[in-house]
Write a protein that binds this ligand. Sequence first.
Ligand SMILES: Cc1ncc(COP(=O)(O)O)c(C=O)c1O
Length: 495
Amino acid sequence: MRIPLDRESPIPLYQQIESFLRREITSGGLPPDTRLPATRQLAQSLGVNRITVANAYADLEAHGLVYTRLGAGTFVARSLGGVQTDYAKSETIEHWPSWQQILWHTVRLPAQEERNRLSALAPEPEDLISFAGGVGAPELIPADDFRKALADVLRRDNINALGYGDRAGYLPLRATIAHILADQGILTQADHILVTTGSQQALSLTASLLLRPGDRVLVESPTYPSMIDVFYSLGVEIVGIPVDENGMQIDRVEVELSTAKPTLIYTIPTYQNPTGTIMNGARRRQLLTLAAQYDVPILEDEFVGDLHYDGHSQPALKALDQEGRVIYSGTFSKMLMPGLRLGYIVADGPIYDRLVEWKTVTDLGTSDLIQRALEAYITVGRYQSHLHRACRIYRQRRDIMLAALEKYMPLDCHWQPPHGGLFIWLQLPEGLSTNELYPIALEEKVKFLAGSVCYPGEKSYRHMRLNFTMHPPHQIEEGVRRLAKATRRYMDIKR
Ligand SMILES: Cc1ncc(COP(=O)(O)O)c(C=O)c1O
């Protein structure tokens, strides 16, 4: 294979090789299942190091354009959907200025890439039952009440509702948030609360304020994929701490703290995403003690903390924090509706003012109109009754999914019943991979989140995340039946 290489170009050689092959593959010049030359052979013919070719192949694989078969080599993938932008399909990347080419090759988000790679494996069929989502039941969204609240606010506040608003957030809404949090044991006030555009912004603002390239951050492993990407984009070292049935393993946190001090600990202690586990009380207190001992801030992501169905609930880390060591992030996305894009930060001390400034230079404030509408809709009593209803329905759906898993899934699959939140974390037997199961599951018209996207470092491929809240009972049962069928088919292939 003759690949023209420009050794004077600022674009690294491996990227030039990758671009050439990408173009050949997307234009059909290299049809599906074509075997690419062995890395040694191509390296020799191009006069480059073998690693250069291996890096180019690895990039193509990360984008789902090629696949490797152990011992057989690297082949052009069959399905190229999902990962390419339209320009990549129709033109070549070389038509763009160099800075765009460099951007395309160098700025990458690993969790999203892993997701794209998976979705490129197979198209989504119609009448798919998806357990992959990260939100609650759509029919619980109080759309009519919210429409009325929005109209009432526009009538009541008129142009006052249509300005920039308070940069820290609409004050009456911040006061309501403080009341809701008091019910959960977090004693705070409106002037310690910053309203954000979803809790994703709360988390990424805090991370970008506190972290500099080369810093270390401790996270649960597995964890929430979008935070892997946030930390990755900030150029920090992500250190994964294993999670067991009692949450993040604190002895491992201590080892890391004493080895090389991290700048931040990010945790989802309550009904963790993706494992659904809850950190027990002893570990919560140990974590706070360690944070004090090593003077490290904790970013607490409470995305479903109030969706509690049974067992012991635990106080938020923020509720136990007397010294301003915990920055707390909450959201209305899971309990009410993600489309509001309303979340918040609770922070004490100088960091609060810095976060308000950081937020201001980011977007000048979250939509004042939407905040006013939420405030008009949400009284503490209304929030509580909505919460009770959601918990009652989700508890029932969890039980239905657990029963269906027991009934249909092969014996050697394992899961722990979660006591709250949205997810069941299911483990396949040793040697099996949910990434390999994924396209077979899509053929059976069921979808899950493959666990590999949730690992910051070394990946495990044995898990899948199942959302039990999104579908009515008959669909949960049918979805699990399909999942079990796909799993058995996959096991038969592997045998
Ligand atoms: C653990 C976790 N934290 C935070 C978020 C961000 O949600 P939002 O920005 O909608 O509040 C999500 C969304 O899925 C999540 O799963």
